[in-house]
Every structure is written in structure tokens, then in C-alpha cells.
Design a protein. Structure first.
Lengths: 306, 524
């Protein structure tokens, strides 16, 4: 009996970790290109809203996911205009995007609060889902979860094995070296912002299409911020991001279960857990060391013509 | 080096064929300053052209135009006789013209191979095949390099090799090197020169920028002298009249008698290091007395920064409180209460950033370190400060648009004179100067040297420099720094050791035998 609870908890961990994983991978791509984006929370919730509204109107979850990604990329585009065209302050622009996204989604979504969507249905992968423990934990979910499994490896492959990925990372490390190599670092950062925002948007889509199947107030509840922290926790490495996302997913799943079981601990304390862990994770990962450092040019704008 | 030209198989053809690159009437201005004026230049395959000139003569501007980084106001660049308008480094690279910048354009967090792949491969990468190519290219020009090494772990000399390999990999036909030897040890310089000669005999054209006469004469087949933005002379190596004449053409006047150091009486001990350790700097021992200049020489990055930070109080010595004694007090006591006047002053290497705030005006920059002098009941007496700052500007002949010009608008030489004036205003007893003449022209350089020598009447000087000539001109005592340690400390009268300074900078102790030299060279 307790064993079943444990397996269910692990499965819930994967479910709770998936939106974090998408958002973290998105922010990771953006930061590797040298742009700090604190607008993840805003882009994520807008993604959730776009996904909900397209699903609500068309009933096609794939179209809804695409809309969420593109919608978030459009908001990311605004960040690019501020940071890449006008060399504005990346921190301020990101914070503004968060406020903007949360506010706008609340306003636009007000009439739909409580409306249900069909969204993605879980789909057991034949054979794999029959494996004991691993089957229920990893292979009895919806398609977005399965896609997220390969995402870190795809991103890592993109960074290491494609010329575009190499140039994108170089733009985050030494934009002047990219320019000297005859490439345009600003273009790489555009790519980093928009591609990153796309995945953040997909993370939002997961929330309204898979996790809740409805639209409600404050759907992200700070998950975007956790993603920003997770990128630091992951030392900007895709595979570590997977670990971090499931760690936080685990905590979220655990606190929900424990609340349901009715422990003596007050629920507000339990709900605080993921955020407390965020602070802890940041403290631990602030110990710098080899292979842990942030992209050297992260947060620095590229002077025009330099 | 002339014989190299005969190695080039199509020598006769090369003379009739259009030049690899020809510049015609290139002009470029920055505001009111004309950096390049009607420059005409030709480079053929197999030639090594030295562009000789003082700092500010327009060498770097010219080369950044040729490499596509900046655009000329007027004039034309011809590649193989065809006009080639460069809009970006990309265009220049496509035309086979590549540049090794003085500040390397490498991604430090990436490996040698990744740096070479950047911008040169398309689509999906094949690092393994690339690795082979790197090794093959490196072997061909006698470079030792590990393709998997991360750039941040490489020495400056190795990084330069990576920069050159980047261009060779692209099959660049014209390689431009901006002050390539500035960061190299003498043995590394030798290695670089032989590689460059090999490239020239392979039919590439080399353009290198320098203000070091000796190097130019050693390497170049052609020499062009740039002065105030114009080409004033062009020689074939064989026709060069002599080092001295070359220098005079470069400066445009009779060379003044170089600053001569006359010893002054030595006084009390002002700085004493007794086994001082701080980060990379380890177990340093030396003394500086009043009237003495101690020159710390060595290739940058061997612990000089840590030494300076420790002595100026920015970093705590890891070795006991008494291992560093400044002005007769222990480090701790000194840092706790620094004397504003007659104390320690610091002339940083980084003029625009550490020494001054480029956006602030000269008066505010003056007050940065001298504010204590002008306080009255906790308020600044700006009027008195302005008078003092103007006095300093007059005395040090700082050419600027008044006190309210921003520090960033001054040329390097003028800014350095201002910094010197500001620091000496407080009549220091201990001066810490870090490459004080880097990037200055000969006139400004001599002025700075004279000022430092004059200050010896009341002060001791810790001079950290990577310019041997500067050390020889100023120092009473030499300390050679290698991998954080002083591998030798000796007086300027010890000519035998002085001769061997170059080898010491590469980590070879005085008196070490030839075979040991090879071994420690490899270790390095």
C-alpha cells in the first residue's frame, strides 16, 4: 500500500516537474545567449492563457500548445526590442514583462475563470508503461511529458553539435568574439530570446492543458520564478536542469499529498516549501567552481557596431 | 628574411600579379582627429610587412579598416586588384583577410576546437574531424596546442596561437597581427616569428603592427612607417638605414637623450615583504627604501595583480600580519588608518576604469583620491580643489578642454599625466605604479619616467611592468616574477643577470643549464 503511494508520488513528481522543465529549458536557452529574462513568470502565464483560449475555441491541444509557444515568443520579442534594439536594462525589462503578463492574463482571462478544457489526455506508451515502477512513473502521461524527456538532450546536442548552438552560446560568453568570427551576436540573442520564450510558453500551456484542464486565477503561482532560480541551480547546464525540475516537482507533489493526508503541519507552511527550497538551492549553488559559472556576458548588452 | 621570398615559387609572377591587398587613399577621422590620411599601401604574397609607428599614429585604425571592423571615410581597398567594400569583419574574412587583435577575440569558456568551429562550420558539427584538422594545422606551423583545452586555462602565447590557427583554418591569405609580441615571453616570440616566416613562405602575406624596432628589423621584409595618420616612409628590409634612423622617422624628430637615471641617496625602508603570500603571489621577499625604484618584471598574469592588490590594501595577505610592512607599520595597521598625505599612492594600469571614472569630469576625478585635502567641517571646498586641480594640469601639461572635460575625452597620455599629477599632489612616500606608460607615445612616456624618477627624492617606488625597457630605465632593483614567485631579485648593476632577464621571465633561473632550459620550457 505504502509502495503504491510512493510510486504515485513519483509519477506526480514528473507531472509537477514538467512545466518547470519547459520553463527552465526556455530560460536556460535565453541566458546562454547572454540575455537575462526575468519575464518568465509573465510569459509563462500568457502561454497558459493562449493555450487555454485556443483550446477553448478550437479543441485542438496541439494547436493550443503551438499558440502558447508563439504567443510567449511574441512577448519575448518585446524583451528583445528593449534589450537588443534599444540596449535597455535587461532586469527592468524582464520585471516589467512579468507584471505585464500576469496583469494582462488576469484581465483577459477574467470571464473564463473556472471554464474547463479537454486538453491533452494521458496516453500509455505500449510495453514501456507495463514495466513495474518505471512504467507508471514515466510512461503513463500525456504527450507533452514525453516530449519534455528528450528536451534537455536535444538542447545539449544543439549547443554542442550544431554551429548555430555554438554561436548562440558564444554570444552569451563573448559577443565580440562572435563578431570577429564574422557572425552577428545580436541575431544569436534574438534567437535565444524567442526560442527560449517559446519553451517557456509551452511550459505555461502544460499548466492549462494538462495539469489543471481549466483556466483559473494565478495559474503559474510563481513557477516562472522557480524556473529562473533553477537555471542558476543547474549551472546553465541542460541535464542538470532536468534534475532540478524534478527535485522541485517532487517537493510540490509531496506537499500536496501531505496536505491531502492531513498532517499536523499547517498547510500554509507546506505551500511555502518550494519557495523555501528555491532560496536554499540558490544559496548552495552560489558556491562557485569550475564548470559552474554563468555565461560571461550574461546581462551585458552588446554595444552597437562594437 | 629576404631569402624567404625566394622560397615562394611564383616570385616572379607575384611581382606582376596584382597585390593581394592594396589600399588607396584611405582616410578616416574620429571627430576632429584625423586618424588616417591618404594612406596607400600594398601587400604581396610572401611578404611580411611591418607597420611601424608610435601609439596614436593610426596603425590600429588602419588595420581595423582593412579587417572590416571599421569603415573608411574615403578611399578604396583592392583585393587581387578588385575593389572590395568591407562592411563587416565577415566580408574581410570572406576575402581572405583576417586579424589577430591585441585583445584576443576568443570565447574563454570554450575549447580550442570550439573556438575554431565558431563561424566556420555550418549545420551539424563534427568535432572529431575538426580536432584532427587542428592538430594537422598546428603541426605544420610548429605550434604545440591541445585541441581540447579550454581557452581560460591557456597562457597568452597559447591563446595567440589559437587566434592564428583560426585564420589559418579559414585559409586567410592576409594575416594582420596587432602588437603580437606584447604578451609573449622571449622564447614564445621566437617561436611565433618562425611560424610567421613559414606562413610567408607558404605564400601568405603577413602584416604586423609594432612599435618595437628590434622586432621589426628581425622579422619584416618590408617596413612602412606611420606618423600622425600618414605613411611617411617605406623601406625594403635591405634598405633600412639603421635602428636609430628608423626610430627618428617614426617619432618625427631627433630622439631626445633617453631619460637617464642618476642614483639618489637611499633612506628608510618603506615597504617590506617577508614571505608575503596572496592568492597566486607566493612567498615574496623584498624591500623598498626611500629613493629606490624596485621593478617587478614578468609576463602579465604571473601574480603581479595579486602583489599590487596586497600592497595597495585591496587584498589581505594570507601570510601573517607582519609579512607585509608598509611605511613602517604592519599591513593591518596600515589599512586600518591610511595616511591621506605622505602615504601610499597607486597608479593603476587601467586608466579608464580603475584610475578614473571616464564619465566624470577632471575635477571630480581629481577629488576621487584627493578629497581629504579639501574638506572643511565635512564639506568639500570645491573652489579650492578646482584651483589645485588647475595647478596640477598646468604643472603636468595636461591638454584638455578645461576642468570640466570628462576624463573619458582625454587621450591616454594626457589622462596618465593627470593621474600622475593627482597622485603626486599628496606627496606620497610610497608609489605603486603598474605599467605606467603602457599605450603612451614616446614623448608622454619620457615625461612619465622623468616624473617617477623625480619623485624618488621623497618616495620609494614599486614599479610593476611588462616593458623591460621601462624597467631598465627606472629601476635600481629588479625582481623577476614567474608563476607567483620572485625567481630572482638583483641590483641593476648586475649586468649578467640583467642580460638573462628574458629567460628568467620564462621561468628559467639564472645559471640553469641549456638542457634544463628545455625541460622547464616544456613544463611551462
Amino acid at each position: 500500500m505504502t509502495w503504491d503511494i510512493f510510486v504515485a508520488l513519483l509519477a506526480a513528481t514528473v507531472l509537477a516537474g514538467t512545466p518547470l522543465l519547459y520553463a527552465t529549458m526556455g530560460e536556460l536557452i535565453t541566458e546562454r545567449s547572454g540575455v537575462l529574462n526575468l519575464g518568465v513568470e509573465g510569459m509563462m502565464i500568457m502561454g497558459a492563457f493562449f493555450a487555454f483560449i485556443v483550446e477553448y475555441k478550437t479543441g485542438n491541444p496541439w494547436l493550443a500548445t503551438l499558440a502558447a509557444g508563439l504567443g510567449a515568443a511574441c512577448i519575448g520579442f518585446l524583451h528583445g526590442v528593449v534589450c537588443l534594439v534599444f540596449q535597455g536594462n535587461q532586469t527592468v525589462s524582464g520585471l516589467a514583462l512579468t507584471i505585464f503578463g500576469v496583469g494582462l492574463s488576469d484581465y483577459l482571462g477574467a470571464p473564463f475563470i473556472g471554464q474547463k478544457t479537454v486538453g491533452f489526455q494521458s496516453f500509455d506508451i505500449p510495453l514501456l508503461s507495463d514495466i513495474p515502477v518505471l512504467g507508471p512513473v514515466f510512461f503513463q502521461h500525456d504527450p507533452l511529458v514525453y516530449l519534455s524527456f528528450v528536451l534537455p538532450w536535444v538542447v545539449m546536442w544543439f549547443f554542442r553539435r550544431t554551429s548555430l548552438g555554438l554561436a548562440l552560446c558564444a554570444a552569451g560568453e563573448a559577443p565580440e568574439a562572435v563578431r570577429a568570427a564574422g557572425l552577428n551576436p545580436v541575431r544569436m540573442r534574438w534567437l535565444g530570446i524567442c526560442a527560449g520564450a517559446f519553451f517557456v510558453g509551452v511550459g505555461g500551456a502544460y499548466l492549462s492543458l494538462c495539469a489543471t484542464h481549466l483556466w483559473t486565477h494565478n495559474l503559474t503561482a510563481g513557477k516562472g520564478w522557480i524556473a529562473v532560480a533553477l537555471v542558476i541551480f543547474a549551472f546553465w547546464r541542460p541535464r542538470r536542469a532536468l534534475l532540478g525540475a524534478y527535485l522541485f516537482g517532487g517537493i510540490m507533489a509531496l506537499q500536496l499529498r501531505m496536505q491531502a493526508l492531513g498532517t499536523a503541519i499547517p498547510s500554509s507552511l507546506m505551500m511555502m516549501l518550494p519557495y523555501a527550497l528555491t532560496i536554499l538551492a540558490l544559496l548552495v549553488s552560489s558556491a562557485r567552481g569550475k564548470g559552474r559559472s554563468a555565461p560571461a556576458a550574461l546581462g551585458e548588452n552588446i554595444a552597437p557596431g562594437a | 628574411m629576404m631569402e624567404n621570398r625566394s622560397h615562394f615559387p611564383a616570385e616572379d609572377g607575384a611581382k606582376t600579379a596584382p597585390a593581394l591587398v592594396r589600399l588607396e587613399n584611405i582616410c578616416k577621422s574620429y571627430g576632429p582627429v584625423q586618424a588616417n590620411r591618404n594612406i596607400c599601401l600594398e601587400v604581396h604574397a610572401g611578404e611580411i610587412l611591418a607597420l611601424l609607428g608610435e601609439n596614436g599614429a593610426g596603425k590600429s585604425t588602419l588595420m581595423s579598416i582593412l579587417s572590416g571592423k571599421s569603415r573608411q571615410d574615403s578611399g578604396t581597398i583592392f583585393v587581387d586588384g578588385i575593389p572590395a567594400p568591407f562592411r563587416s569583419p565577415h566580408d574581410a574574412l570572406e576575402a581572405g583577410i583576417g586579424m589577430v587583435y591585441q585583445h584576443f577575440m576568443l570565447v574563454e569558456a570554450m575549447t580550442v576546437t570550439q573556438n575554431l568551429l565558431l563561424g566556420q562550420a555550418h549545420g551539424i558539427l563534427n568535432p572529431k574531424a575538426m580536432r584532427e584538422r587542428v592538430l594537422e594545422l598546428a603541426a605544420r606551423y610548429g605550434f604545440e596546442i591541445d585541441p581540447d583545452a579550454v581557452i581560460s586555462s591557456l597562457s597568452m602565447g597559447e591563446r595567440q596561437r589559437v587566434e592564428i590557427l583560426k585564420l589559418l583554418y579559414r585559409d586567410c591569405r592576409v594575416l594582420i597581427l596587432d602588437e603580437p609580441t606584447a604578451v609573449l615571453t622571449p622564447p614564445e616570440t621566437k617561436q611565433l616569428f618562425s611560424a610567421l616566416r613559414r606562413m610567408a613562405s607558404d605564400g601568405k602575406a603577413i602584416v604586423f603592427i609594432s612599435h618595437k624596432m628590434r622586432e621589426v628589423l628581425d622579422l619584416a621584409t618590408q617596413i612602412s612607417i606611420l606618423r600622425r595618420g600618414e605613411i611617411v616612409d617605406h623601406f625594403l628590409r635591405a634598405d633600412v638605414p639603421g635602428e636609430r634612423e628608423l626610430a627618428e622617422r617614426m617619432v618625427g624628430r631627433q630622439m631626445d637623450a633617453v631619460v637617464v637615471q642618476t642614483p639618489v641617496a637611499k633612506g628608510e625602508v618603506l615597504l617590506e615583504l617577508d614571505g608575503a603570500t596572496c592568492g597566486m603571489a607566493k612567498d615574496l621577499r623584498c624591500r623598498i627604501r626611500r629613493g629606490e625604484v624596485l621593478a617587478v618584471v614578468g609576463v602579465a598574469g604571473n601574480g603581479q595583480r595579486e602583489l599590487v592588490e596586497m600592497v595597495t590594501g585591496a587584498a589581505r595577505p594570507e601570510s601573517g600580519p607582519d609579512s607585509v610592512r608598509i611605511l613602517g607599520r604592519s599591513w593591518q595597521e596600515f589599512v586600518k588608518q591610511r595616511p591621506g598625505r605622505n602615504g601610499l599612492v597607486y597608479i593603476p594600469e587601467d586608466r579608464k576604469g580603475v584610475a578614473t571614472c571616464p564619465a566624470l569630469d577632471l575635477l571630480d576625478n581629481f577629488l576621487l583620491t584627493c578629497r581629504d585635502e579639501f574638506q572643511r567641517f565635512g564639506f568639500l571646498d570645491r573652489r579650492r580643489a578646482a584651483a589645485a586641480a588647475e595647478g596640477v594640469m598646468r604643472e603636468y601639461q595636461v591638454v584638455a578642454d578645461g576642468l570640466h572635460a570628462s576624463a573619458g575625452s582625454l587621450s591616454g597620455g594626457n589622462l596618465q599625466k593627470m593621474v600622475l599629477g593627482r597622485e603626486f599632489y599628496r606627496e606620497p612616500r610610497l608609489i605603486v605604479a603598474e605599467n605606467p606608460t603602457q599605450g603612451l607615445d614616446i614623448g608622454a612616456m619620457e615625461e612619465v619616467w622623468r616624473r617617477i624618477l623625480a619623485a624618488r627624492s621623497h618616495a620609494g617606488v614599486l614599479l610593476v611592468t611588462s616593458d623591460l625597457r621601462e624597467a631598465v630605465t627606472l629601476a635600481d632593483t629588479f625582481a623577476v616574477m614567474y608563476r607567483g614567485r620572485f625567481i630572482d631579485v638583483f641590483s641593476h648593476t648586475d649586468t649578467e643577470r640583467l642580460e638573462a632577464v628574458g629567460m628568467m621571465m620564462a621561468g628559467i633561473r639564472f645559471g640553469e643549464k641549456e638542457e634544463e632550459r628545455g625541460r622547464s620550457g616544456r613544463e611551462a
